[in-house]
Design a protein around this ligand. Structure first.
Ligand code: AMP
Ligand code: ZN
Length: 114
């Protein structure tokens, strides 16, 4: 989508600190990290939110979680633990309208949600 921030990041029209990339997905550092490790993982294909995930996207989402697991290992938070968050829609606090998964770790996060 031409007017989407994360599509522009995926197409490298806007620079980002890329930590993983393949033909279908990209992982890059969050510009406003809330923890020592804060990575965003996106499908390169524009999907607005979890609500937009179709059956044909199941392998893509699986690939994102495989990358999350691998990045957690590489960034040495696999053992200490981490959180994966996907905000969806207004009440979910989604600000950027391109499906993304926050990988957050490197410090003890507060228990619970919301
Ligand atoms: P969300 O509230 O789930 O939509 O989160 C959007 C996230 O995108 C926030 O954590 C922002 O800090 C992050 N963000 C916004 N612009 C950029 C950017 N240009 N590069 C990297 N991260 C960004
Ligand atoms: Zn997009």
């Amino acid at each position: 989508m031409s007017d989407c921030l994360f599509c522009k990041i995926a197409q490298k029209e806007i620079p980002s600190k890329i930590v993983y990339e393949d033909a279908q997905i990209m992982a890059f550092a969050d510009i406003n990290p809330v923890a020592p490790v804060h990575i965003l993982l996106i499908p390169k294909k524009h999907l607005l939110s979890v609500n937009d995930i179709m059956e044909e996207d199941e392998a893509l989402i699986g690939r994102i979680f495989a990358a999350i697991k691998e990045l957690a290992r590489k960034l040495e938070i696999a053992e200490s633990g981490y959180r994966v968050v996907t905000n969806t829609g207004t009440d979910g606090g989604q600000v950027v309208g391109h499906l993304h998964f926050h990988l957050i770790g490197g410090r003890a996060l507060r228990a619970g949600l919301g």
